[in-house]
Structure formats: C-alpha cells, structure tokens
Ligand binder design. Structure first.
Ligand SMILES: [Ca+2]
Ligand SMILES: [Ca+2]
Length: 525
C-alpha cells in the first residue's frame, strides 16, 4: 500500500461463514492423511506439470472512502455455521529441525475443519513430479540489484512473477523522482541480469502519484503490469492502471485506467490474454478480462475489505484468493473456473495483529499466498504478534496450508525459528509442483538489520527446515520498506525479490536458490 495515504481502521465485519456445499472435489485427499509418506508418492508419480506461477499476492491497507468500484454489486455476506476462530493454543510451538532427534509434531497436528479425512485406500498422489526429490539444504546465490537508480531514491513494495520459460517480471514503488511511480524490470536469464527499468506514472495532476504495483504472467507468457493511480491525491478518484506486453517486455501497451477503485490492485494471469484484477474497498471486487484488459466481466463484490487480496491461479481452473478482513481474520474465496465465478467467502483462521504502529518499519496485516501449479496445495502466510508458547510478543511469521485444493487448511504454523526478541514480518509464500511450501520474510533478528530470511516445508509432518538468510549484505532497516515482497518458483529454483537497505533507504534486490524446489522441471543453467 502507499505509505503516505491515511489509514482508516477497519469497521467491524460479521464473521463470514464456512459453507460445506463445495466439500467434494476430485482432489479430495490430503496427502498427509494416509500412511504413505510424501516421499513414497514421489516414487509412484511420474506425471509432472512444471507450470506457471504467474501471479503474486500483495496487499495494502489504505482505506478511506467507500465504493471504490464503478460498477460494483452489494457486498455479500454468506451464511452458514461459523468456524472456531479462536487462536489455537498449540500454534507456534517450535518445530525442532528434522535431524535434531527431538519429537516433532504428530502427523495430523494442526489440521482443522476436515470434513473428509481421506483413507489410505484410493488416496491419490498429491502432486506430480518429473524429477528426483531435492532434499539438499537451500543456498541462495549472489544478490542482484534490480532497481537501476544511480542515486539514493527509495524503491520499495516489490512484487514478482515467474514463467516456466525463464522470464521473471518484477514491479515496485519507485520514489527516485516525484511524484512516485511504479517501476518494472524483466529478467530473461533467471535473474542474473535485469532490464532497464520502466515506469507507470499517474495520469492525474496536483498531488497525484502512483504506487502499489501488481504483476502477472499468463500461461502464454504475456506480461501484465498493474499500478494504482492515486489520481488527485484525493479519494474516490483513484484508478487501477494496466498495461501488457506480448514480447517479454520488449514493448508495452499504454497504461490504461481499467477500474475506478481506491487502492491496492492485485493481478492474476491465465490462458492467453486472460487477466484477473482485484481491489480493496467497500466493497472490494474482482473482475476478469479475456482480451488483455480491453473488455471486462461484471465485477464480483468481495464485500468490505480494507486490504488487498492474493490471487493464485492454476492450470486446473482453481483460483485461490485469500485476504485479510476486519484486521484479524484470514478470509478466502475460491474459483473453480479460472476466475469466472467465486465460491462464497470462508474464514480460514484467526490472524492476530501485526505491529503496524508504532513499529518502524511497520508490519502490515496483509496476507501472502500461493498454490502449486495444479492448485491443490495452497499456502497462506502473514505476520502477527499473536502469542504462542515461546512468544517474544513481537511479530512472527505464520502460515496455513491446504493439501486438498482449499477445502481444509491447517492450523497456523510458526515459520521463523529465532528465539531472541525480534520482529519477523512482511512474509510471502510460494508452492512448488511437489507441494513444498516456501516462505520468505523480513527479519530483524540481527540487531535491527533489514535481513531477508527464508524457510522450506516439504511436508506438514516434518515442518519447516531451519531458516536460511537470503541477503548477502544488509543495512539498518529503514522506516518504510513496503508491505510485501516477491517469491516464486522457476523450474526447480526458488527466486526472491525484496526491499534492501544495504545502500540507501530502499533498493530492489533479487536472489535465486538453485534446485531449492522439492521437485518440478529440469535444472536450469
Ligand atoms: Ca519475533
Ligand atoms: Ca534506492
């Protein structure tokens, strides 16, 4: 979200419901529910889908005027039995490393709201893999600067999408000149080098500025660049800007206003020229274009949401959309038809509250999410100060995971493994084609240095591996470092972008961990 817009506390929202109507799906089994281990499944499964992870969540939390949509419908409030939204007492128990010899969580720990537990008989393999399972420790390579500002301008709020062709596409908020703009860069060599930065500027005047980037790549490799135009600096006159490139960023269409809405666009790409856009507001909304944004479907209301959504597309039609509601709840909607329609909202988990103010840099109540290429394994992450057994009372990183295409989710799992009082926040997630969950976050465990840490969870039973530091240099955390960052899977690599303070108040950096995905696709040079 934009740093310099007024923030309005969320109004109370009724807790949403947990409809059971869509309980049955072909992918009905949790792969942790059977006695067979995930590793055995690997031996049994031959098919693979190294697919696009074309979208990335972000969020932002500016609220002011309502409406936000030019053609929205009334907010909908689904009905049904509420789920238990009490924070689980056993959440956040430290998970010993897998080789520590210490007891680890029981196989079924942490799984909530399971209408069908699955049986060993007929349990289908969860995820295909076309290569051996990678179990080596994750190591990130040399950091690469993405923003090409030669001065000391501020670059923050980075997002990133990856395509199996090897294309990486990053966007961020760029303050190297005033008014601020959305900056973008493309890499065609898996992040070794990045293109000269391009920008989306406000189309307004006066106090207008642009920010809150969103990026997506559809299955065909078309790039979509989104940006919020705070058109007059006033409210009710803001727009989502959208442009696309059909040639890997060599040329771009004009940025056009595709929605009048307050703040925080998010994008998902699928097919060839299909883009899904969401926005916050009262109501927030989602709509879809199959012609590169030239024409749009009627918006679907998301009800009142004060922060942006996530958007995880898949090659099966599943689209997972998670978001924060009422500041304290993780809410979720799912599509089974590539975003044409969405099921009613469900509350997935209590979220706790992050240290947004007076903490500096702030921690935002945004959530990040991703799914594997089939959409069957879904991870949603956030940061909050929710107390737990070994709590320091400061921000920690949490994740919930679904292994049944969003039907059920685990209880919150704490990701960061530090034991010193320090803040961990601004987390984001990726899921590889095996179903392993990859989480990245900002970590101040080293005396307030702005460090980026990462952890991998190959299966729920063994939990997260020891945290890994991503950045190879750091500086003291600046007072604002954005509200999100980028992580994606590229073949068998994990790729990450973040706001870095080693040189100034904000640069965009990138790192790649070769062969860090549990499986999926050939190794790339
Ligand atoms: Ca902490
Ligand atoms: Ca800079």
């Amino acid at each position: 979200m934009a740093q310099n817009l007024p923030y309005r506390l969320a109004r109370e929202l009724p807790l949403l419901a947990h409809p059971a109507a869509h309980a049955d799906r072909p992918h009905g089994s949790r792969w942790r529910s059977g006695t067979k281990s995930a590793l055995l499944w690997v031996a049994l499964v031959a098919s693979a889908t190294a697919c696009s992870r074309a979208d990335r969540p972000d969020n932002d939390g500016v609220g002011e005027e309502s409406s936000g949509t030019d053609d929205s419908t009334e907010p909908e409030m689904p009905t049904g039995p509420p789920i238990d939204m009490a924070w689980p007492k056993d959440a956040g128990a430290p998970v010993p490393p897998r080789d520590s010899g210490m007891p680890r969580p029981a196989k079924d720990s942490g799984v909530v709201a399971v209408p069908d537990a699955g049986t060993d008989a007929g349990v289908e393999p969860p995820i295909g893999t076309d290569g051996p399972l990678n179990m080596a420790p994750v190591v990130f390579g040399p950091n690469v600067k993405v923003s090409d500002d030669s001065g000391r301008g501020q670059q923050t709020e980075v997002v990133m999408a990856a395509h199996p062709s090897g294309i990486l596409f990053a966007g961020w908020m760029d303050n190297r000149q005033s008014p601020s703009r959305c900056g973008y860069s493309v890499s065609k060599d898996r992040g070794k080098t990045w293109s000269k930065n391009t920008f989306a500027s406000t189309q307004g005047t006066g106090r207008a500025f642009a920010g809150d980037p969103a990026v997506a790549i559809d299955d065909a490799g078309n790039l979509f660049a989104g940006c919020q135009d705070y058109a007059s600096g006033g409210l009710g006159t803001n727009y989502i800007l959208l442009a696309h490139s059909k040639d890997e960023g060599a040329t771009w269409s004009e940025f056009k206003r595709v929605n009048q809405s307050l703040d925080k666009p998010w994008l998902g790409g699928t097919g060839d020229g299909t883009v899904i856009v969401t926005w916050l507001g009262n109501p927030g909304g989602v709509k879809r274009s199959t012609d590169f944004g030239a024409t749009w479907s009627q918006p679907i209301s998301l009800g009142y949401i004060n922060h942006g959504t996530t958007m995880s597309t898949s090659d099966t039609g599943l689209v997972h959309m998670a978001y924060n509601t009422a500041e304290t709840t993780v809410t979720y909607r799912r599509s089974e038809d590539f975003g044409v329609s969405f099921e009613p909202a469900r509350n997935l988990s209590p979220q706790g509250q992050p240290c947004r103010s007076p903490c500096s840099p702030r921690s935002h109540p945004i959530v990040g999410a991703d799914a594997d290429p089939t959409g069957k394994v879904v991870a949603v992450t956030w940061a909050s100060r929710q107390m737990h057994a070994d709590a320091e009372g400061d921000d920690d990183v949490w994740v919930i995971v679904s292994y049944d295409a969003g039907k059920t989710f685990s209880k919150p799992i704490r990701v960061n493994d530090n034991m010193n009082p320090s803040r961990q926040f601004q987390s984001w997630a990726a899921v590889d084609s095996f179903g392993a969950v990859h989480v990245v976050w900002t970590d101040l465990r080293n005396g307030g240095q702005n460090d980026t840490y990462y952890a991998r969870m190959i299966d729920l039973e063994t939990g997260f591996e020891p945290n890994v530091k991503v950045n190879d240099a750091s500086g003291k955390a600046a007072s604002f470092i954005g509200d999100y960052k980028g992580i994606d899977i590229l073949g068998r690599d994990v790729v990450i972008t973040w706001t870095d303070n080693r040189a100034d108040v904000g640069d965009i950096y990138f790192a790649r961990a070769v062969d860090a995905a549990a499986a999926g696709g050939p190794l790339m040079p």
